[in-house]
Design a protein around this ligand. Structure first.
Ligand code: FCB
Length: 411
């Protein structure tokens, strides 16, 4: 007879999305401007037409039995020109939140998910002296309108990932290459913006739950016996996982009610002090003795146990942990099913060990525009046929629904 691991009562089960990746026609955004100018390789265009189709998409979430939904409120729609407020856009999000409520989905709103109004980026983006003021004005506007309807907030999605792509690899707006210091300055500004947003949201709603979504790869040394690899891995782990908390300010509970955890993969680091010396190491993607390595279609290493480990490390902050993203880009459904099953196993292990995990949100409900990689990577529980906009459930969706409905995992 099989036994089952039961998740706590009220555990949040959901899926996650971000506006620009699904809505379509985000015309006043920096991404849109860079896409149209040919500075990005793919155009988001009408994406998944989620702006019009959100009710049907939320029906899909309800059909899976989910009780939470992560989405983003697009700053560029609300404030197309500096200081302007598009009331129709605000009403759109109000309707969308109401649609979540009627379907029993707890709304979890992200206020910045990689995308800003074009004017913000044109004026220096996160490097401008008034960046945090600008963001605070956006948060104030949203909070004044929607804090009554939304309790769970994520101020900013993955500041570390954004800063790297925007100012180091340069493949995301503002497409600046090799500027390590600029990326640090951007992160510092985002940390300040987070603190401002935290205060604003609590002014509007005393019981608000305010966090941010932090990208947390599981970082290990290529050869744990070599001190140089260990040092390189430790430096990388600090840069990717620890630094943000220092920038926000410790203790973390002063500025966070929970930590949003985006977990996808393992990063194996080998000492390599040349070139990008700041990192002191490079990714090791080669074979490892005694280990079969698996990679997603995007080259991210599948490493389920890493989820338990990063949750264990983050638990030291003494805050509730919400998995705000976890999923895989693959065309092979057997691979996706295994990924979900193994990561839910790692989640159950974390909860079973007493770590304070309050929910799990799968990335993503439907296939979508994967930033500079366009529509190629497929992350959805539902497949999207972009020619017809038809959504089709993948086998993984039924697997997920079974766990969610039971609030338990067969072991
Ligand atoms: C995360 C992003 C999300 C999505 C996934 C695959 O870094 O937050 O928008 O692109 O990766």
């Amino acid at each position: 007879m099989s036994t089952a691991f039961r998740f706590p009562e009220g555990f949040l089960w959901g899926s996650a999305m971000a506006g620009h990746q699904v809505e379509g026609d985000n015309r006043h955004s920096d991404w849109w401007a860079y896409e149209q100018a040919g500075r990005l390789p793919f155009r988001s265009g009408s994406a998944c037409r989620h702006l019009e189709r959100y009710e049907a998409d939320l029906d899909l979430a309800r059909e899976l039995g989910l009780n939470a939904h992560r989405f983003s409120i697009e700053w560029a729609r609300l404030e197309p020109e500096p200081g302007q407020c598009d009331i129709a856009a605000l009403d759109h999000y109000r309707r969308m939140v109401a649609a979540m409520r009627t379907r029993g989905l707890e709304p979890i709103a992200t206020l910045h998910h990689f995308v800003a109004p074009a004017w913000f980026t044109d004026r220096g983006g996160w490097l401008a002296a008034d960046a945090a003021d600008r963001f605070a004005a956006h948060v104030e506007r949203v909070a004044a309108a929607l804090a009554g309807e939304i309790r769970w907030w994520l101020t900013i999605n993955e500041p570390t990932v954004y800063a790297k792509h925007a100012y180091v690899t340069g493949d995301w707006p503002p497409c600046v290459h090799g500027q390590w210091l600029a990326s640090l300055r951007a992160m510092r500004a985002m940390a300040e913006a987070h603190r401002r947003a935290y205060a604003i949201l609590h002014t509007h709603r005393a019981d608000a739950q305010v966090g941010l979504a932090h990208s947390t790869p599981y970082v290990v040394p290529a050869d744990p016996r070599r001190i140089t690899d260990r040092l390189a891995a430790r430096a990388r782990d600090y840069g990717l996982n620890g630094l943000l908390f220092d920038l926000i300010g410790r203790p973390a509970r002063r500025w966070l009610d929970f930590i949003g955890v985006n977990y996808y993969c393992r990063t194996v680091v080998r000492w390599a002090p040349r070139g990008r010396a700041v990192l002191l190491g490079e990714d090791d993607l080669g074979p490892r003795p005694g280990e079969a390595r698996r990679f997603s279609d995007m080259g991210w290493e599948v490493w389920p146990q890493g989820l338990t480990e990063v949750l264990r490390a983050l638990a030291r902050h003494g805050l509730p942990l919400l998995i705000t993203e976890n999923g895989i880009a693959t065309e092979d459904e057997a691979v996706r099913r295994a990924y979900l099953a193994e990561h839910l196993g790692a989640l159950a292990a974390a909860v079973g060990a007493g770590l304070p995990v309050v929910g799990y949100l799968h990335w993503s409900l439907i296939d979508n525009y994967e930033w500079a990689l366009g529509f190629g990577p497929r992350f959805g529980l539902f497949e999207v046929d972009y020619a017809t906009q038809v959504r089709r459930p993948r086998a993984t969706a039924a697997d997920y629904a079974a766990v969610v409905r039971a609030n338990a995992l067969a072991t």
